[in-house]
Ligand binder design. Structure first.
Ligand code: ATP
Ligand code: ZN
Ligand code: MG
Length: 496
């Protein structure tokens, strides 16, 4: 059950008292037909009154979901301007005195928006009072608020178990040679050092060679045999990309924001420069005044900015499935208190694999990747690992829980056992993203049939965490095939 109430008025260009009769006729004859068009019997308007007052035509209306109170005003506007037009009276606009939405809810809902005057949760109902302009109604603001309330209701009802998790497959036990936290070991050996920024590491020559060995495995075992070609994706992501990818719906708490200067003129920056020279402190508050609001953020999910390459295009069938990958730079997430060792960092390195085609092609491609990964983790790295069917990443990053409606669409997380924690770590995933991206970026196929896409992110820090946590640092305990690929590790830098 949902109810809408609007108390508002049409403002006319002249006094309406002279045309009172015409208005009355309109309401007694034409209105019920206008307001019931396309609406099932007994639905729509539940109660409506009108009155004329100077140049205002007041209307109070209570409705259900079939014809929302604000839409009553839009429907009437068109016809009313015809009626009044005959008397040379125009409609200047619509204004609302009061507007509320009342919906059943067994959970409290917290919602903050400039349109919301007040909200209340009582006796199984949630009510919001809105201040709306005619433009807000035309822009469907109240309708989106209804959808948002619904989303929040569902999220609340899900409670803590926000994300879905279902085991698909689990490997057998593997030889575990280590039971310590690999990051602590890496630090002790000085293979890594903290970067100057939070959640950032500087990787020394030895661990870098291990990262490169992982990349070589991915290239030789997956990308080359399956025909993937390398591209370079942008690493600064403007809002428009995140609007299209859906990230604009939820990713704000984890973004590294990017701002440009308000001016390139050195004089504009002179006070900042002088202040630094004299105090040796960077005057960040002064800088804040001299930079624009954020234009977007640093790379977060890696594939979204690639899609601009295809945006608005029609792809030739001969190019499908498109198979590309990127390993050209870092990803950045503000993980806050969650940072841990090299496992969860604010700056990380990932190979992002992206494929696009007709739905069957995309699903088939995902299956091929699953097979190749299986081979790598079983036969080359000999990991103890498992796969789980989880809330699709693109939904999670929009702040949604649950699963996609199409059972072929979704994310498979790969997790590795961490002996030192007696727990599991997600180290990569494979996703079939459905039509989300082709739709969001307006990409069409030659045949006009729907395109789908998929992506898979190989986190190098996560692979290293998984491998080193299980196998340790003595190459004698490493699987033979891995030792062949990684070769001898370099000496590294000695500190006195
Ligand atoms: P988690 O639940 O561990 O935070 P996530 O669900 O946020 O992971 P995704 O958004 O699915 O992860 O990112 C895909 C991949 O990117 C992960 O499998 C992992 O390899 C890598 N990744 C994500 N966040 C981090 C991080 N903070 N540090 C290192 N690697 C990361
Ligand atoms: Zn992706
Ligand atoms: Mg995360």
């Amino acid at each position: 059950m949902i109810e809408f109430y609007a108390d508002g008025f049409f403002k006319a260009s002249k006094e309406l008292t002279e045309v009172q009769d015409a208005v009355e006729e309109f309401f007694s004859v034409g209105v019920s037909e206008i307001l019931s068009r396309g609406i099932p019997d007994g639905r729509g308007v539940k109660e409506m009154t009108y009155s004329v007052e100077g140049d205002k035509l007041n209307i109070k209306v209570r409705t259900d979901n079939y014809l929302r109170a604000h839409d009553v005003f839009l429907r009437l506007r068109k016809h009313l301007s015809k009626v009044l037009g005959r008397h040379r009276i125009g409609i200047r606009g619509i204004e609302f005195n009061e507007y509320w939405i009342k919906t059943e809810s067994n959970v409290p809902i917290s919602i903050k928006l400039p349109f919301i005057v007040k909200s209340e949760w009582k006796d199984g109902y949630f009510m919001v009072w809105l201040t709306l302009t005619e433009q807000d109604v035309e822009k469907k603001i109240p309708d989106r608020i209804v959808r948002l309330i619904d989303e929040k209701k569902k999220a609340e009802e899900y409670g803590g178990k926000a994300e879905n998790w279902e085991l698909i497959w689990q490997s057998g036990k593997k030889k575990i040679h280590f039971n310590k936290d690999p990051t602590q070991e890496l630090l002790k050996m000085r293979w890594i050092k903290h970067g100057a920024s939070r959640g950032q590491w500087i990787y020394g020559p030895q661990i870098t060679k291990i990262f490169r060995a992982f990349e070589t495995i991915v290239i030789n075992e997956i990308l080359e045999p399956l025909g993937y070609v390398e591209m370079v994706f942008p690493k600064l992501v403007p809002w428009d990309v995140w609007k299209r990818s859906g990230h604009a719906k939820g990713v704000y708490p984890e973004i590294y924001y990017v701002c440009t200067p308000k001016s390139r003129d050195p004089h504009f920056w002179e006070d900042v420069i002088d202040y630094y020279k004299v105090t040796l402190d960077v005057p960040v508050d002064l800088i804040k005044e001299k930079i624009e609001p954020p234009i977007g953020g640093m790379c977060y999910a890696q594939c979204p900015p690639f899609w601009v390459f295809l945006q608005g295009e029609t792809i030739a069938d001969s190019s499908l499935p498109i198979r590309v990958f990127d390993r050209s730079g870092t990803s950045h997430r503000y993980e806050s208190g969650g940072i841990h060792g090299i496992e969860r960092v604010d700056e990380f390195h990932r190979i992002e694999i992206v494929w696009i085609g007709y739905p069957e092609q995309v699903v088939e491609e995902a299956n091929k990747l699953h097979e190749r990964y299986h081979h790598i983790f079983e036969d080359i790295l000999e990991l103890e690992w498992r796969k789980a069917w989880v809330t699709p990443w693109f939904m999670a990053q929009e702040g949604l829980a649950g699963l996609s409606e199409d059972i072929r669409v979704g994310t498979t997380d790969y997790e590795a056992y961490l002996p030192y924690k007696n727990g599991w770590l997600e180290f990569q995933n494979v996703s079939v993203n459905g039509d989300k991206y082709p739709k969001g970026f307006s990409v069409k196929s030659q045949s006009g049939d729907m395109l789908w896409s998929g992506c898979s992110g190989v986190g190098l820090e996560r692979w290293a965490s998984a491998f080193l946590a299980q196998k340790g640092f003595n190459p004698e305990n490493w699987p033979e095939r891995f030792v062949e690929i990684v070769g001898n590790l370099p000496e590294g830098i000695k500190f006195l």
